[in-house]
Design a binder for this molecule. Sequence first.
Ligand code: GAP
Length: 438
Amino acid sequence: MQKSDLMEKVVSLCKRRGFIFQSSEIYGGLASAWDYGPLGAELKRNVKNAWWKAVVHERDDMVGLDASILMHPQVWKASGHTENFTDILVDCKKCKKRFRQDKIDGKCPECGANDFTDGRPFNLMIKTYLGAVEDQSSVCYMRPETAQGIFTNFINILDTTHRKLPFGVAQIGKAFRNEITPGNYTFRTREFEQMEIEYFIHPSEAEKSHQEWIDQRFNWYIHLGMKKENLRLRPHGSDELAHYAKGCTDIEYNFPFGWSELEGIANRADFDLKQHAEHSGKDMRYQDLVTQERFFPYIIEPSGGVDRATLAFLVDAYHEEEVKEATRVILRLSKELAPIKVAVLPLLKKNGGVVELAKQIKKDLQKDFVTVYDDTAAIGKLYRRQDEVGTFFCVTVDVQSLEDKQVTVRDRDTMAQERIPVENLRKYLTEKFSIGPA
Ligand code: GAP
């Protein structure tokens, strides 16, 4: 399959089956803003849950946080965003279109001319006003990263959890950036969700910890079924490091539009806590109670995008194969990520007994697994529908089920079918879905 075809097919599947819709579509849509439909909402939630499980629940050294999107404007002064969070923009003098200077290669991508205005900085933070008066005193920003909520709560978390270094704080939440060139579907948008960790550590251990987090985060994607050959690590050159970073390695995915960043793992040194201490006047140092040493911890920051990860999982899972001269589309999502785990399908929707048993089975299974019931087409079509959204198992109820109290369980990937007694079904599926640590 051509790479450009793959992207088109994924986008079409996402729309057709309710993974992703364009925002405000009935009004012609809002450029680069997307809504997650019923299946997309499940998938995205599964991505976030898998991340939270791996980085918070399965570790002893991590806690969670859910900070607010709106923060005191001083936060962004201290963090450097007010001054440094800018792209350099130029205007094409011929067609008047505006571009990021670093994204053009001499010629205007729109009209081919090479006559541009001088570059000037454009701050990417989205500004708003709080309260009834819209003036300078009420200016506030939609957070451009979730990280700052963790730094500003560092002392609160220390005081309430009595943690000792090293420990980390994980957070998932929306972030906003007035991107000049959003695009590539959900890859670069102005509103997006981040999954960020700030891991606080003694400076002497920072390098080692940085490498451990790079490995841990790389393996997370693989554990969730992403193909290793589609992932790579890319250390940043010193000329591309963010203003706060001492070092950074990106995890990149081989998207149909090229290798692009999924997540960055940065060594932020002691930049953030020092900055906030200076701007707030609060002591944000950590004190080691054994050595009495008082210092600003270094921070290792694995920072990923929920939308980018979700898109990469979708692209990676998309698969076509020829079965009996027809194309079977399968989303080979992992057990953790598949939006629907089980579909219960009656073979004869006119048979009251079959329908009743199928509905009863659905009711029983949905306590443990996301389960759907569908009787709106013939069985072949029902299977294809479930395959293309990644449903792991189809349970088919037929006339014989009424007599022998058994159902057919069909595996999405192999299409192998097994007869399972109804009374063992929950146990059978529980075993199939049992998942090891990430
Ligand atoms: N706190 C560090 C930080 O925000 P970043 O590299 O600017 O670092 C981290 O962003 C991650 O957030 C990126 O790797 C990407 O997955 C996601 N991200 C950033 N900007 C995005 C955008 N405009 N649309 C979608 N995801 C974005």
